[in-house]
Design a protein around this ligand. Sequence first.
Ligand SMILES: [Zn+2]
Length: 426
Amino acid sequence: MWLTFKFRLHPLPAIEAELLRWLEELRFLHNYVLEQRSTAWRSEHRSVSYLEQQSALTKWRAFDVHGLGSLPYDPARDILQRVDLAFRAFFLRVRDGGPPGYPRFRRELRSLSFGQPDSVLVSSKTIRVPRLGRIAYVRHRPVPPNGVLKRATLLREARAWFVALAYEFPDPPAPPTTPPTNAVGVDLGLTHLATLSDGTTIDPPKFLRRSEERLARAQRSLARKTRGSHRREKARMRVAACHAKIRRQRRDFAHKLTSHWASRHDLIAFEDLDISRLQGRGLGKAFADAGWGMLREMARYKLARASHRFVEVPSKGTSQICSVCGRWANPPLPLGAREFVCPGGHRMDRDLNASRNVLARGRDEVGRNSAELTRGEREPPPGRVGRTVYQPRRARSGSREPSLTRNREPPPGGVRRPEGSPGPER
Ligand SMILES: [Zn+2]
């Protein structure tokens, strides 16, 4: 199981300047390799492979000693991998008939990654980055000791720097098949951020509202500034910083809430995501939407980590069915109604009713699963959480998937994979 810990980083001015230079070099590299692939395809109908670009990168670095050559190798290779992944995702979308979304040039790059972070040394107060030295960071929460560092990313969010450390931990044992002792159903909504089947309601904390007011002020101030002026640029940075702060506060809140849930409940049932439910609700939708996704994802991995169960149940009818007797509301409950009224006379808060339905469906599902499990099949361990591990495409003959490697000719000079390059991992 992969877990990522994100900490505030405090680079000294000289190191920050160097980091910014790196980002600029990497951005250039990113746009260059993207352009290379596009041009090769447009002019010669030839696909440029990842390995081809990797060997070109090595030569480039040897030549450009003050530019790309002055950076560690790892982040540069990571850029090639990002572009390769972007193209693969693009071709998959083309195959599946979705909107293709061709990989885009970058005007700005905000992060750089060490995909083989052996060279990055993490102590309790500093991280040591090759060719940069030590950078102070704030370890505001502990990292469990049994993790293996798999990836280190330095990122910049509106003038602030962070380091995201991805660790691999041993998979936790699978949840027990016995019935849960403290199960809860969650209804995510707009009136309350969440309503639990035990009657708890959760609202966004006050500090979020205050930050949002600050953001609104900053936005009004930005709107008054003359286009192209320095003051406008400063105001723009303030708005960006407000946005970034709100994002962090939301995340922090979601972390604390879901940690609390994971420690209290051994089964949590959520509704599966139903887009139609969200449509036409206007105000606050996007915010609430992002918040819900975050809560769901955090709850998923935190429960898995604690060997507790997380289930998603179909959302159809959860707000229209009586959680006491199972009858459908007749006439259907209108969108704005706060109280559920059952034809059988039961009355209950709308969201509480929904969350109890979610819990009942969650229990059913778990019951079914454990019945199947006791019939002999063991469940696979909980899936990895975290980033997909990058694996270069292996040449597949007879594959019908449109791919970059399809028309590949052997690269000139026969490229050997340099040592330490991302071969098919393990
Ligand atoms: Zn009823």
